[in-house]
Structure formats: C-alpha cells, structure tokens
Design a protein around this ligand. Structure first.
Ligand SMILES: *Cc1c(COP(=O)(O)O)cnc(C)c1O
Length: 401
C-alpha cells in the first residue's frame, strides 16, 4: 500500500477517477492503546464495525487480544489473521453448526445468549462425542437495556427483559464455568449515563437471580466525533462505568469487559471522492449509499468533509450528495459544508468512515472498485489527540446522576 502525507497528496499523485479509501493505521493504533490502557477492564474489538485484516493486525499489535465476533465467517476470518486471539461469539442467535465449529475447531469458549433455547443449543453443540457437556464455557446472558441515549438503537432486537432474566441466569449458571451478563446501550451513546442506567438494570437482574456473576460486559456504543455530535471525553465513560461496576454485587475476581467497535476504528478510514457533476446545491459524487456512505444515506449521518482543491477559497455553502448508482435512494442529504464555488472535477475527502463505512461497500451497479492507500496525517477528528478539554472538568456524569 502506497503512503502519502495526506489526502491532498493522494489527489495530486493519482487524480483518481474511482473513490480511494485512505487508511490511517496510526489513528487506530492510538485508539487501541487508549482502550487497553484506560478502560478499567478488558476491551473486545467488535469485528463487524470493520473486519479489514490490516486493521485487525494493527489492533492486535497495539494490545487488543480479545475479539467480539458475530458470525462463523467472522470467527474464521479473525482466527486466520490472528491465530492467538481470544474470540468471543457474542451474537445471541447462532446456528448449531456455527457454535460447534467455533468451539471445536477455533477454540471459542465464550458465547452470548438471550433465551433458554439458545442455551440448550450451545450446551448440545459443545458436548463431546460421548455426549459429555463442556466444562469450560463462559456464557454471557444478554440483557435488554434502553437505547434512549444513543444515536442508533440496538434495543429492540436482542436481550432478555429484566422480568424474565432470573430463571435464564440460574439455568445458565448450572452449565457455565463462567457466567456473564452483557448488554448493548446502542451505538454512539452520547452520555456515560447510558451505561450507568444499564448497570442499574444489571444490578437488579443479579439480585433477582441470586447467582454469582463472573463477567460484566458493558458492550459497545462508545462514541466517536462527527459534525453536530461531539460527545464527552471517553475518560468520563470509563470513570462512570468503573464506579457503577465496582458497586455491583459480583464476586471479587469478576471481570469487567467492553466491546468497542466504532470507537476503535472510526478514525481509521476516510474516502476521497470526485465531484462528477453539480446541480445547484447537489453534488454528484462517485461513492454513495452502496459504497462507504451507507449510514450517510440510510440514517442521514453527517460525516466531516473537506474540499481538496486548494484554489476553492470562497465562503462555505451547504450541499447534499448523490452517489453513482442509478438508484434514487443513493442520496446523502447532509448537509455537508463545502466551498460555495465547488465544481465538477473537484475532490472531497469524507472523514471518519472507518466504522460501518468501508465495511459496508458493495459492488452494486458496477461501482465499488477503487484503491486503498495510506496517509500519515491526523484523521479529520479524533477522540485521542489529547487536545480535548480536561476530562476532570467535565460535569457530565455528576449532573446526570
Ligand atoms: C455492534 C456491536 C458492538 C459494537 O458497537 P459499537 O457501537 O460500534 O461500539 C458491540 N457488541 C455487540 C454485541 C454488537 O452487536
């Protein structure tokens, strides 16, 4: 992969007709080291956010040893790239064959579940040929929690209701070597209180079930920075989680886990696109809803943008984007702030696409080719540069409690 000082240098060197993905491994490395050093427990990378093998190696090299995988294809992928990684199969609905292959071929010992049927399936699929049950399972019961503080809900699909959790926790305790409780507050959680509130529900579940808990897994949802979405510093989240988890009625040797996806990889990629046509305040660009801009199209997520043509120096104006496919839905309403005199032939860098961006690319309609290059400069925004306000000055946690 060729390396350039920044995205402008990519355009000067290549004048690319296809979108170019720009990787910043140094940004992902910094995020990984931050989680490894500052989270008061273990950080599992949620692979679905960006399964690129290059990224997996960067995270591993910077101390991320555990990976949250959700399909047998992700199990095989991570196992082939990182033979020594610990894999945790955290999708609560799996096929029996996926569980058996994960356990018997790939050494997976940690599974999540939210029903008695899934528990039975896991026990059956991990038994040996003589029918003896496995004695080395770490099983995490997924609790349904509120998504009200997150930009993207994950509350309706998975998780057992608190009212029903007691019997499932007790049944799981019977067969698990380690028993965990996990949840997901939704992606891009904009306040640490989301986790504090979810951990209150964990407390109620533990008290109700009267079982010994070995793992508390607070899931993903740690935010990144986007236009109009500037979350408090991650230290605030870690502090609030630490305090809330410390006061739970769990065993002294219990472990605290988290499953960051977005926060570990959002800064890893941007994309350089070309303006093919301008129609008023709409720009026709060569990437879109079926490429890296899935979230920009489907949930009107705003990503940072920068015109890479130095001679465009006029005032800024608001633009919407059309992608390259023939689908009317290939539309990103933004608004994206760009120079008012931007024109066909210009190039734009769209940043913070490392999470749920590069991973969403399809080949629909013949688009989706394109090069991948490296850039040495800073990502367009960062949670980890150390120039944000002093986390101790934050009033976020205190005022919400
Ligand atoms: C998607 C997902 C994650 C990662 O979520 P982010 O919001 O990207 O941090 C973690 N855990 C589970 C179970 C998930 O489904």
């Amino acid at each position: 992969m060729h390396s350039y000082p920044d995205a402008s240098a990519v355009v000067r060197a290549l004048a690319p007709d296809e979108p170019v993905i720009v990787n910043r491994p140094q940004a992902a490395a910094r995020a990984a080291r931050f989680f490894v050093e500052a989270f008061p427990g273990k950080s599992l990378y949620a692979v679905k956010a960006n399964p690129s093998p290059d990224l997996l190696k960067v995270l591993w090299d910077n101390g991320v040893t555990h990976y949250d995988v959700a399909s047998i294809a992700e199990v095989r992928l991570v196992r082939s790239v990182l033979p020594e990684a610990t894999l945790c199969f955290m999708h609560p609905v799996k096929t029996a064959s996926a569980i058996a292959e994960a356990y018997k071929v790939h050494g997976v010992r940690t599974f999540s579940l939210d029903t008695q049927e899934e528990l039975d399936k896991i026990v059956a699929a991990t038994a040996d040929d003589a029918g003896e049950a496995a004695t080395d399972l770490a099983l995490c019961v997924r609790l349904r929690v509120s998504s009200e503080y997150s930009e993207l809900s994950l509350a309706s699909k998975f998780g057992i209701d608190l009212a029903d959790a007691g019997p499932l926790l007790q049944a799981t305790r019977q067969v698990a070597d380690s028993l965990g409780i996990c949840f997901h507050v939704g992606s891009q959680a904009m306040t640490p209180f989301a986790y504090v509130q979810a951990l209150e529900r964990v407390r109620a579940a533990i008290v109700d079930a009267a079982v010994t808990i070995d793992i508390v897994d607070v899931g993903g949802g740690f935010p990144s920075i986007y236009p109009g979405m500037e979350p408090p510093p991650l230290e605030d989240y870690f502090g609030a989680i630490h305090r809330a988890a410390e006061s739970l009625p769990v065993s002294y040797s219990s472990e605290l886990w988290c499953e960051p996806g977005r926060a570990l990889c959002a800064e890893y990629n941007s994309v350089v696109v070309k303006v093919e046509k301008r129609r008023g305040d709409e720009l026709y660009i060569n990437d879109g809803a079926y490429g890296t801009l899935f979230d920009a199209a489907h949930i009107a997520w705003r990503f940072p943008v920068k015109c890479l043509n130095a001679d465009r120096a006029g005032g800024e104006a608001e633009f919407a984007f059309y992608g390259p496919t023939c689908d009317d839905g290939d539309f990103m309403k933004g608004p994206f702030l760009l120079p008012a005199d931007i024109a066909a032939g210009d190039y734009i860098e769209i940043g913070m696409l490392g999470a749920y961006g590069a991973a969403m690319k399809t080949r629909f309609n013949g688009f989706g080719e394109g090069e991948i290059v490296l850039a040495a400069d800073e990502p367009m925004a960062s949670q980890y540069r150390g120039d944000r306000r002093d986390p101790r000055m934050s009033d976020n946690v205190v005022s919400l409690r």
